[in-house]
Design a protein around this ligand. Sequence first.
Ligand SMILES: Cc1ncc(COP(=O)(O)O)c(C=O)c1O
Length: 406
Amino acid sequence: MIFDIENTRHDFPILKKKVNNKKLVYLDSAASAQKPLSVINSMKRFQEEEYSNVHRGIHYLSNLATDQYELSRKKVKDFINANSENEIIFTMGATDAINLVAQSLSHDFFTKEDEIILTVMEHHSNIVPWHFLREKCGVNIKWINCDDNGNIKVKDFIKAISNKTKLISITQMSNVLGSEIPLKEIISIAHDKNIRVLVDGCQGIAHLNTDVQDLDCDYYVFSGHKLYGPTGVGVLYGKYDLLETMHPWRGGGEMINEVFKDKVTYSKPPSKFEAGTPNIVQAVGLGAAIDYFNEKKKQGLFHYEEKIAKYFHNEMSKLPRVKVYGKENLKSPMVSFTVDGSHPHDIATIVDKEGVAIRAGQHCTQPLLDFFNLSSTARASIGMYTNKNDIDIFINSLDKAISFFD
Ligand SMILES: Cc1ncc(COP(=O)(O)O)c(C=O)c1O
């Protein structure tokens, strides 16, 4: 079956919306993707017919809800090819998942002699939790730069790794430049030195095939809302033997084995890391998003996106006074750019009048913007519903904005 863009667009009700009396052109999917009807309906149906708390009751609805919640865990496991459902922890999102790992490892894994390696391309979500660790345990953070086109070189990791390095935390795909990272090579080098690797899959999950066993990463995180699922749910994958040794970071119901007045024992992963009532409805929605995404992937989604991305980059290259960052990466689903003589916020405001939604600012990546000596960029990012017409409307509106600043 061939990927059918018009059918796909029909599945996203929000695309029918008019913005400023214009057709909505949504080019902000890297910030958050829109939701297909099947995801919206799955959560509605679940709440109308099957909702209850999970893992707690023996009554009919509680069992039904638990089955649905656990079915979503299985869908995530299959989707990223984890070894077992017990390696999948539901979190509130990627930020929450990285904080979980950092806080948990702060308990007894790191000492103040240790080093962590990050790249300048990381999202603040993959920086600030490690700063907490620096503040708490005194670990040293080492930084890897990218080159001018936004590529990360394996040799820079080899140089940065020392016998004090305990962890590398790295994005799968830059949320500004769309660059892909040579993860397998980096992970293999790290493991030779007994270094753990966490992969931030927030952007990669929606545009790349992800197989955590093939990558051999120790941890992998992503947010449901970037994968056409709901907000409020995300995933931490961790190798089971590592999860088993990690201290839980939040305490509450469900994550315990026994609670006494003077001591507590913890349950096994994943429940050890899921304290309290989880985001049940959102987890069900994420399961539906994975079903939908898998179907689109089978139909050739990635090939379609690559074609649109190339078209987009090519059209951008024709515009005067526009500088695209990472412009050699023609497959990148996001295009970050500046326009000589105008502020990215003004560009975003002008194109919004034409119904086009793009993002402007730091994109939560201040170290990367510092690297390029910038305070902000505009970013347009595609999703599975982006068609050529969207790109043409955006290019025309950007062209108008550029003339406005002439
Ligand atoms: C690469 C990357 N990492 C982490 C995050 C944080 O995701 P969330 O805010 O859903 O936790 C984002 C969100 O933009 C991202 O793009």
